[in-house]
Write a protein that binds this ligand. Structure first.
Ligand code: PMP
Length: 384
């Protein structure tokens, strides 16, 4: 079976599996315990924080807290900035193309009386920095924009947005969901004026259920979990030490190999686009700056689910919308906000690359695509 769904999750790296197993076998102390067994676990945790800080380009280890994944990191960034404020500022700027963990957090904040402006992308799925700046108000607390869109693969101009924002509205904090960008697209957090940055380990060959939130020094957040004072009081609960050590290793490995991996994926991506373009019924989504690991296309007239299962039956896993929204069967919010019709927005398919792919796999995928079109084309014709 070919796995072209790495944007949903990735196979854990063998070195990471080994590390996790070793830590689990040897270290069973609670990192908050003050005896030696606990201290050994605490040391591993702090070492992991240093490794992550290095992988994030040399930020301070104290600027990182570990979470259960990017969903939690995004919730904490958005809600933690808004809740418990006493300065009367109640507005947030985000976009219509964010992952559900940002988008739905904003929707929830609206129910609590906060105000949100959702900026739409341009036709190719890229946000215009000017549109973001135009949405910022005097009472804006936070701007939240993702680095790479998880459906279309569009790389967003976060460096331009963050830099300019710091100049024109220095009181506004800037959050970036870095989940789909970190492994393939370089980003300097300081240069981009980023105050909060979310990552997830399972998107880059780490374990599922671990993530981090970078919180620039000096920024205070309202904690969402009450309990012990782990993770600087921002995330109560005993840390998942073994998985965190494994996640730190995965973050380090991808940060060290980003350039070569992206170059290889870019070549494979071109080959996939060529294969898709051979079928006039399919339309490749062409962002101005695409991430190396994602190819997105639409097949208007057919539902994504039907296309996805046909491809699966022929030997390839792909995705429809993001994995978290895959079971909704609604038109893609991302595609609709790019000005696509609901027919198009119901028919999106995402092919996403991983480290194991070689040119041979793309040839196989291309054959599968041909076979799938032979099966699907008559269905599409019948619907018209
Ligand atoms: N943001 C983006 C852009 C994502 O693609 C995902 C995963 N679908 C998330 C956040 C959520 O990450 P996690 O699975 O770690 O909760």
């Amino acid at each position: 079976m070919l796995n072209f769904d790495h944007a949903a999750s990735t196979p854990v790296h063998p070195d990471v599996i080994r590390t996790i197993a070793e830590v689990m076998q040897v270290h069973n102390g609670n990192p908050s315990s003050i005896h030696r067994n606990g201290e050994a676990s605490a040391k591993l945790l702090e070492r992991s924080r240093e490794v992550c800080a290095g992988a994030l380009g040399g930020v301070k280890p104290e600027e990182i807290i570990f979470t259960s994944g990017a969903t939690e990191s995004n919730n904490l960034a958005v809600k933690g900035m808004l809740l418990g404020r006493s300065d009367g500022r109640r507005h947030i700027v985000t976009t219509t193309i964010e992952h559900a963990s940002v988008y739905e957090s904003c929707k929830q904040m609206e129910q609590l009386g906060f105000e949100v402006t959702y900026v739409k992308p341009q036709l190719d799925g890229t946000l215009s920095p000017e549109d973001i700046f135009a949405a910022v108000r005097k009472d804006t607390v936070l701007v939240s924009v993702m680095h790479v869109n998880n459906e279309t693969g569009a790389v967003q101009p976060v460096t331009e947005i963050g830099r300019q924002l710091k100049k024109i509205q220095p009181h506004v904090r800037f959050h970036v969901d870095g989940v789909q960008g970190f492994a393939q697209v370089p980003l300097d957090l300081r240069e981009a004026g980023i105050d909060l940055y979310s990552l997830s380990a399972h998107k880059l060959r780490g374990p599922r259920g671990v993530g981090l939130l970078y919180i620039r020094e000096g920024i205070t957040l309202f904690p969402l979990l009450s309990g012990g004072d782990q993770e600087q009081g921002l995330r109560a609960g005993t840390e998942n030490v073994a998985s965190i050590v494994g996640a730190a290793k995965a973050f380090r490995l991808v940060s060290e190999s980003r350039t070569e991996r992206a170059a290889k994926m870019n070549l494979l991506r071109e080959q996939i686009i060529e294969a898709v373009n051979q079928h006039p019924t399919l339309t490749v989504t062409n962002p101005q700056h695409p991430s190396p690991h994602i190819v997105h296309f639409t097949f208007p007239g057919l539902k994504s689910e039907v296309i996805l299962h046909t491809l699966e039956g022929l030997g390839a896993y792909v995705s429809a919308q993001s994995a978290c929204s895959a079971k909704t069967e609604k038109p893609s919010r991302v595609l609709l906000s790019m000005g696509r019709t609901s027919e198009e927005a119901l028919s999106g398919i995402r092919i996403s690359l991983g480290d194991e792919h070689e040119a041979y796999d793309i040839q196989q995928l291309s054959k599968i695509l041909h076979q799938a079109i032979d099966v699907l084309q008559p269905l599409e014709g019948r619907k018209r």
